[in-house]
Design a protein around this ligand. Structure first.
Ligand code: ATP
Ligand code: MG
Length: 512
């Protein structure tokens, strides 16, 4: 600080002196002593002189340290990074920022927080780590912000307590139960068909047919039958004939998988012609694998579940709707996977044409069962994830580990490329505890730093509900906190710990 008199008047030091005080002298000795400390650089106290070189009018006794971001936490353990904005479902504590952690995927997308470009979320975690629990708490807490939830296939019926707490009865699908779901449902796209202008009717028909084709491709692919352009032409033509679209009917007829199968078994001459086969026999020969694959669905384990018009009425105003599938469990993973594929398609039909501001969370728990069916099933999921930006849905996919998806084809195959792409379609990745081997797998796929990998394999694996959240390019280390309300809704150990549901104080299901 200078005591010189400036051209305009007294300097600060003089002014202070005139009022009987002394300014403290510059801490020359302190600064000198700092220069002998380790890391003190050769940069002068005022910085380097020169254009844009960081010269400062006021000398700053700054020392320069260089280290990797890994080391920073060790050298300055108390410095916290900024957290995410406190919007959306308050889930727990972020141990990296030291603050509360809230999840708001649509808000993140709309505001471009941390480079998030879509609201989709994918959860990975070893069995029993709390994936479903975290998803349930997320859905429940988002309800306060007007979100409604659709559980597309509750394989273990574990969302039932949540539904019952919200006074909603889940729809149970299984043999001997009345619920039927037609995956070839028009959904809301079929509403008021007759009153639609021609161009709009054609646009909607194209959307419906594209979804059906994707489903049939997935179902046929699940029987390990390729679905090439010939099959696609035949199925496309049958769909147009059966719905009445080919005849220009103003009312579209609802079709089912058995109707489609039947039309392929007994092809009309027009169909044979339209598919450019020389004879009916040639048509039958070339489409045999396709018919057999569809036939297996019509007459196989799932017969009577997904092959008749839909009988359940979905209440879109209810806070949650869930389709319980545990009754299919004895039929094996493949059957459950096929059921999930059908529900996937049906769910997409139901959510198309959502009103603006109609916010939904679509949960696909145990989704790996569907992905293991093959490339076509993965493509169907891929299509849903791509659409989420347009229909205002948060798509939540729950899987155990990435290799669940990557085993659908050879390394480098198109199927594996799609499965990997699927990870990138989910801007938010939630990694619950894993063992070291899966940790390496995740690191390779997601490019985790060694520190992030250790959070997954050590910290998150040490307690349930802990996860590394990758939100766009932001990293959070979150312990999801359960409230007393959540305890009974998220407890899936009950089957192991409670001998009978009648045990005193045992089953608290349904309490709110
Ligand atoms: N945030 C949490 N904090 C503490 N415990 C939790 C938390 N979330 C879930 N749990 C407990 O962990 C147990 C397993 O949870 P959950 O069923 O959600 O795991 P999961 O990863 O979905 O398992 P799976 O792969 O078998 O479906 C539950 O019984 C629940 O009591
Ligand atoms: Mg689970």
């Amino acid at each position: 600080m200078s005591g010189r008199r400036s051209a305009a008047g007294r300097g600060v030091a003089q002014l202070v002196h005139d009022f009987g005080h002394q300014l403290p002298a510059a801490p020359v000795t302190a600064l000198r002593s700092m220069q002998v400390l380790p890391f003190s650089s050769s940069v002068g106290r005022r910085g380097r002189t020169g254009r844009a070189a960081g010269w400062a009018a006021v000398p700053a006794p700054l020392a320069v340290y260089r280290m990797t971001s890994e080391q920073v936490g060790g050298v300055w353990p108390l410095i916290a990074g900024g957290g995410l904005p406190p919007a959306g479902a308050l889930l727990g504590i972020d141990h990296l920022s030291g603050g509360a952690f809230s999840a708001d995927p649509i808000g993140w997308t709309l505001n471009g927080v941390a480079g998030v470009t879509n609201p989709n979320m994918i959860f990975f975690g070893a069995p029993g780590r709390g994936k479903s629990g975290t998803v349930k708490m997320f859905a429940l807490r988002q309800m306060a912000y007007g979100y409604r939830t659709l559980v597309l296939g509750d394989v273990k019926d574990e969302y039932e307590p949540l539904c019952q707490a919200l006074q909603v009865e889940p729809h149970a699908v299984g043999h001997g139960l009345p619920a039927r779901i037609n995956p070839l449902d028009f959904g809301p796209l079929g509403n008021d068909w007759t009153r639609l202008p021609g161009a709009e009717a054609r646009r909607r028909a194209a959307m419906v047919f594209a979804r059906w084709l994707l489903l049939i491709r997935g179902l046929v692919g699940s029987q390990h039958v390729p679905f090439g352009p010939t099959a696609e032409t035949a199925v496309g033509q049958v769909i147009r004939d059966l719905t009445g679209y080919a005849d220009g009917a103003d009312r579209m007829r609802e079709i089912t998988i058995p109707l489609l199968w039947q039309a392929l078994r007994v092809p009309s001459d027009e169909l044979v012609d339209a598919c450019r086969y020389a004879s009916t026999q040639q048509f039958l020969d070339e489409t045999r694998p396709l018919r057999d694959a569809l036939g297996a669905l019509v007459t196989g384990h799932l017969a009577g579940l997904f092959d008749a018009p839909t009988t359940i009425a979905v209440d879109w105003q209810a806070p949650i709707q869930s389709l319980s599938l545990s009754r299919l469990d004895p039929l094996g993973d493949e059957a459950v996977g096929v059921a999930l594929t059908c529900l996937n398609s049906w769910g997409r039909a139901m959510t198309q044409l959502a009103e603006p501001g109609d916010l939904r969370i679509i949960i696909r728990d145990e989704c790996w069962k569907q992905m293991r069916l093959g490339a076509e099933a993965v493509k169907s999921l891929d299509a849903d994830l791509r659409l989420s930006r347009n229909d205002g849905c948060i798509q939540v996919v729950v899987a155990h580990k990435p290799s669940d998806m990557l085993t659908i084809g050879d390394a480098g195959s198109q199927a594996v490329a799609i499965a990997k792409d699927l990870l990138h379609l989910c801007a938010t990745k939630v990694l619950l505890g894993q063992d070291d081997q899966v940790g390496d797998e995740l690191s390779q796929l997601l490019g985790l730093s060694p520190m992030a990998e250790r959070i997954v394999t050590d910290w998150a694996a040490a307690a349930r509900g802990r996860a590394l959240w990758l939100v766009g390019n932001h990293v959070a280390k979150v312990q999801t906190v359960r409230t007393s309300i959540d305890l009974s809704l998220t407890d899936t150990n009950e089957a192991i710990t409670t001998p009978t549901s009648a045990a005193p104080g045992g089953n608290q299901r349904g309490q709110w």
